[in-house]
Design a protein around this ligand. Structure first.
Ligand code: DGJ
Length: 718
């Protein structure tokens, strides 16, 4: 039993291995009592200030706060009634405990494989005057400190209701005391910047209004007690399983109490709830860690790797690939592609990916999106011929697509100019010369489904890179009635999910990787359908240290595409050694993105070694437990390590960006090992105790140049 209910006292206690989350009832309001280290379920909670003691709503820690009845902090939801009023008051009507976890209709979510893994509490609330029922759902996993929350709003009256705001979760931290807000910010080619700032009285918002989760802010935030670091201290993580616009709002009130709400961005959102209709919010996944940020990340990694990602590739080692994008851009023909693949196959690479430019008349980024037929000028034998020639080399064949888009210069646009998102009477803003297809419309989704499934079923495709290269503008749909135009952005995401659910379900043998100009949609929603994501368009290894480190705060390594590219690097012009580029990329889901035919003999020999090495270590990298040892956001050095579940094997990666004159001798204290076991460093043969490696450290190489990297493979010998 993970949920304990004391009906007489109105207490709901959600308990996992190391965590308790307690909800109480006060005047029929569900109030927040406690979230933190595990408490005894039969312990006495009397005397907690907010339980059973009369207090104003504005001071009451709540579970799903409303606006209009005396709480002036940021609300979790707001509904407009037919009479124009926007005040509702939700009162408790009942509860239900279910074994396991129900799936969310039409939305991605974490799941269970057996009902024993988790229990779900449903708390039902009602506003009689509006005939609005609200179900708060909380799933608590038994063996991991996770709560998944979502909300369903149901109109059981005779008149329509308009949702103006419907967050997935809101948590009021009842004890006063400060928090640091930790989040991932950035921009295109600069994703995953780990940002930390002290919250003061007032409201801090992280959000995307772009119709996608965005490069600028990831749908994630953590609240950490001051002093919490990578390895120690309490931290509360919030991650939204959603790929569209979102909002995370943290408000500190006059009593230094913090409220954090997370969900769909209420900006430019409304949803008509006709009589009898219900609305399901996306899911927020909340993690508690008493072992700092590292503990929080390891919980997210395991959960997302094994209970969010689905399908054939979930537990499989991912192939090493070579992608032709930075090798050729749009300028290629079949022979050139096969030459790159042939070189790759000699070096042990397993998958060749044909990127943008293979369809329509796409010689640049200004045409043809939507016309998903091979360009026979470049590929005279079509895709099937290239795929066969790649397969004949002993490699798998992968293909890039950008199915959500339409180029104004395309046959599709000429035939269906109303198929893009647009607002009648307004201009259509192009970005990268393209418009966004209106995926709220079933006929548009069917077109994309048919065009792609024709290719996927006629060409031996093992991998698909699903790209999406612009934000949404003129967010309106020709199909939706006036009162539903505010639904367009969310309906777009629902349409996308329906489309990718169909395609990934019908082609289970294809490994899908999502991409949005790099990490513009690196979110748990996409990971539910596609087990990996292209982390960033910035392939410079020094930049990637930060991007991969930041992204790893939430997302598992198996999800993070990381490629070695050419020097000078195409994004920043930096020249780094191939060994450094290899070590950074091997810390993720490994591949190459350059013209291998241009490599020297020595470079090819090194690639051969890197590929062979990655095949040895990839299960540890992709499925091991990540410990971040040194942050690139704090200095010149970065270190991280991967430890096997049984603690008998570990890989420690160390990077120093700039040379330091006359440096001190350095050791690196590692983590996560068994202090009682002896580990052999495979390269040198030296043997050290786990205690010594963790307490006294591992001696770092003393090499005088920029861009130094090293990997220590530690193994307990039988
Ligand atoms: C953006 C992606 O992130 C790149 O890797 C590449 O696929 C281009 N799009 C192609 O247009």
């Amino acid at each position: 039993m993970a949920i304990w209910v004391q009906e007489d006292k109105g207490i709901f206690h959600l308990q996992s291995k190391g965590m308790s989350y307690i909800i109480g009832l006060y005047n029929n309001y569900p109030i927040h009592v406690y979230w933190g280290k595990k408490l005894r379920h039969d312990g006495n909670l009397d005397g907690l200030p907010h339980l059973g003691v009369g207090t104003a709503l504005d001071r009451l820690p709540q579970e799903y706060p409303q606006y209009g009845t005396g709480d002036y902090r940021v609300p979790a939801y707001q509904v407009k009634l037919q009479d124009g009023t926007r005040i509702t008051e939700l009162q408790y009507t009942g509860y239900r405990v279910l074994a396991g976890k129900p799936q969310l209709a039409g939305l991605p979510s974490v799941y269970v494989e057996s009902p024993d893994e988790a229990d779900t509490l449903e708390i039902t609330l009602r506003d009689d005057y509006a005939s609005l029922n609200v179900i708060l759902r909380y799933t608590v996993y038994r063996d991991t400190d996770v709560i998944a929350r979502s909300v369903e709003l149901v109109n059981d009256g005779q008149a329509p209701l308009d949702l103006l705001r419907a967050l997935s979760a809101s948590v009021d931290f009842p004890e006063d005391g400060q928090f640091d807000l930790i989040y991932l910010s950035g921009g295109w080619s600069r994703e995953g910047n780990l940002t930390r700032r002290r919250l003061e009285q007032g409201t801090t918002a992280l959000q995307s209004r772009r119709g996608m989760s965005s490069h600028q802010h990831n749908p994630f935030a953590a609240l950490a007690k001051p002093g919490t670091d990578e390895h120690h201290g309490e931290v509360y993580g919030f991650s939204l399983v959603y790929s569209g616009g979102f909002a995370i709002e943290a408000e500190v009130d006059a009593f230094s109490h913090t409220r954090l709400g997370i969900g769909l961005n209420p900006f430019d959102f409304s949803w008509r709830l006709a009589p009898g209709e219900s609305f399901q919010t996306p899911e927020a996944v909340m993690v508690y860690s008493a072992e700092g940020l590292g503990g929080m990340s390891r919980t997210y990694h395991r959960l997302y790797r094994t209970r969010l990602v689905r399908g054939t590739f979930r537990d499989k080692e991912r192939p090493i690939l070579v992608n032709n994008w930075e090798a050729t851009y749009f300028n290629f023909n079949a022979d050139k592609l096969v030459d790159i693949a042939a070189e790759g196959s000699k070096l042990g690479i397993e998958l060749f990916v044909l990127d943008d430019g293979w369809f329509g008349k796409r010689d640049a980024d200004n045409s043809s999106l939507g016309d998903w037929t091979e360009d026979l000028r470049k590929l005279p034998g079509g895709l099937a011929d290239v795929a066969k020639r790649v397969n004949d080399l002993g490699m798998q064949f992968g293909l890039w697509v950008e199915p959500e888009m339409i180029s104004p210069d395309s046959d599709l646009y000429r035939a269906h100019p109303d198929w893009c998102l647009h607002v009648h009477g307004r201009r259509r803003t192009e970005a990268r010369w393209q418009l966004v297809l209106d995926l709220t419309r079933a006929e548009v989704r069917d077109y994309v489904y048919n065009a792609l499934s024709k290719i996927f079923s006629s060409v031996p495709i093992a991998y698909v890179k699903w790209d999406m290269n612009r934000n949404l503008t003129e967010i309106g749909s020709a199909e939706l009635p006036v009162e539903r135009q505010g639904e367009t952005a969310h309906r777009y995401v629902l349409g996308l999910y329906e489309l990718i659910d169909r395609l990934t379900g019908d082609f289970p043998h294809i490994l899908f990787e999502s991409c949005s100009s790099g990490g513009g949609r690196f979110d748990p929603g996409m990971l539910y359908y596609m087990p990996q994501t292209w982390t960033s368009d910035d392939t410079d290894a020094a930049e990637r240290l930060k991007i991969q480190y930041g992204t790893s705060l939430v997302y598992p390594i198996s999800a993070m595409g990381a490629h070695v590219s050419a020097v000078p690097n195409h994004q920043v012009g930096r020249v780094t050694p191939l060994s450094f580029r290899g070590d950074v990329a091997m810390s993720g889901n490994f591949g190459y993105e350059l013209d291998l035919t241009k490599f020297t003999y020595e470079e090819k020999e090194l690639v051969k070694q890197q590929v062979a090495n990655y095949k040895e270590i990839r299960s540890l990298v992709q499925q091991g437990n990540l410990y971040r040892l040194q942050s690139p956001f704090e200095g010149n050095e970065t270190a991280w390590m991967f430890v096997s579940d049984d603690q008998r094997e570990a890989l420690v990666y160390y990077f120093r960006v700039m040379a330091v004159p006359y440096p001190a001798r350095r050791t690196l204290k590692v983590r996560g090992l068994n202090p009682d076991l002896d580990y052999t460093v495979l390269d040198s043969g030296e043997v050290f105790g786990g205690d010594r490696l963790m307490q006294a450290g591992l001696a770092l190489p003393d090499i005088q140049r920029d861009y130094v990297s090293g990997c220590f493979h530690l193994k307990v010998q039988d």
